[in-house]
Design a binder for this molecule. Structure first.
Ligand code: A3P
Length: 287
């Protein structure tokens, strides 16, 4: 099926119609944040699910019950997803945990007034591309990716769900009021998960013992988290995800783009990256 059939153009980016009908986008537009809400913000395939595991464990101070009993989409609901409307999140005690793939300039009015805490996760865009390529092949509500070359043209031009990686990252890293936003890199979490859990807890105002940090990190390493049926998306219908094609928790490494892109594709990606990111203040270093 085509983009016109499967996607809606919402504020200039594609969103899959199945997950984001107009009523739920309206609900998000009118959503009232609280100052102590914690919002995980990502471009898709940057580590959202990983953070939906780590952050509830920081909140519960290492008690595994929430992540072992509540599916990730309920414990940290995406505000733009249809089923969030029935979760009655208005009644949840603080601090509430949410996720969103929205660009900075798509956020609702209340976000800019209230300034809840934001955890913005960045990942090497070539790995985001690679993860996304496989995801578009298994998520049945998305347009089939075609070849790597075909999907790369779409990805680099933002003609994929949630639009351009470049616009998403630039919007969030250049956003105003940076003191309520923490930027964290997927690669730093891979290299030093304990250090990352410590950094996140500090930002969230939680003082955790080394023992608790160790427990959270151990639970959240890829091979352990992959076993958690509340987080590995195995509970999702085969009509939505065909995990025989590619698992949702696929490889969980950095640098996997090398197994998907050839030298010419990688060089092309780099040259587009250089051009699109030339006005960006920070240098993203990856291998
Ligand atoms: P891969 O497809 O490269 O394996 P999102 O949750 O934003 O959709 O991102 C999914 C990506 O994060 C997938 O990448 C997935 O495997 C990876 N991921 C999820 N949990 C992880 C973990 N505990 N450690 C490392 N990577 C993880």
């Amino acid at each position: 099926m085509t983009e016109a059939e499967l996607y809606l153009d919402y504020k200039g980016v594609y969103v899959p119609k199945l997950l984001h009908p107009p009523e739920c986008l309206k609900y998000y537009e009118e959503f009232n944040f609280r100052q102590d809400d914690i919002l995980i913000v990502t471009y898709p395939k940057s580590g959202t699910t990983w953070m939906q595991e780590i952050v509830p464990l920081i909140k519960s101070e290492g008690d595994l019950t929430p992540v072992q009993t509540i599916p990730n989409w309920e414990r940290v609901p995406w505000l733009e997803v249809d089923r969030t409307r029935i979760l009655n999140v208005e009644e949840r005690p603080s601090p509430r945990l949410f996720a969103t793939h929205f660009h900075y300039n798509m956020m609702p009015e209340s976000f800019f007034k209230v300034k809840p805490k934001v955890l913005y996760v960045l990942r090497n865009p070539k790995d985001v591309f690679t993860s996304s390529f496989y995801y578009h092949g298994m998520a049945l509500f998305l347009v089939n990716p075609g070849t790597v070359d075909e999907f790369m043209e779409k990805f680099l031009n933002g003609k994929v769900m949630f639009g351009s990686w470049f616009d998403h990252v630039k919007g969030w890293i250049h956003s105003k009021d940076q003191e309520h936003i923490l930027h964290i890199f997927y690669e730093e979490m891979i290299m030093d998960l304990k250090g990352s859990v410590r950094k996140l807890s500090y930002f969230l105002g939680k003082s955790l013992s080394e023992e608790v940090i160790e427990k959270i990190s151990d639970h959240c390493v890829f091979k352990n988290m992959k076993q958690n049926k509340m987080s590995n998306h195995s509970l999702v219908s085969a009509k939505i995800f065909d995990q025989t094609k590619s698992e949702f928790l696929r490889k969980g490494i950095s640098g996997d783009w090398r197994n998907t892109l050839n030298t010419a594709q990688s060089d092309h990606f780099d040259s587009v990256y250089e051009e699109k990111m030339k006005d960006v203040k920070f240098k993203y270093v990856w291998d």
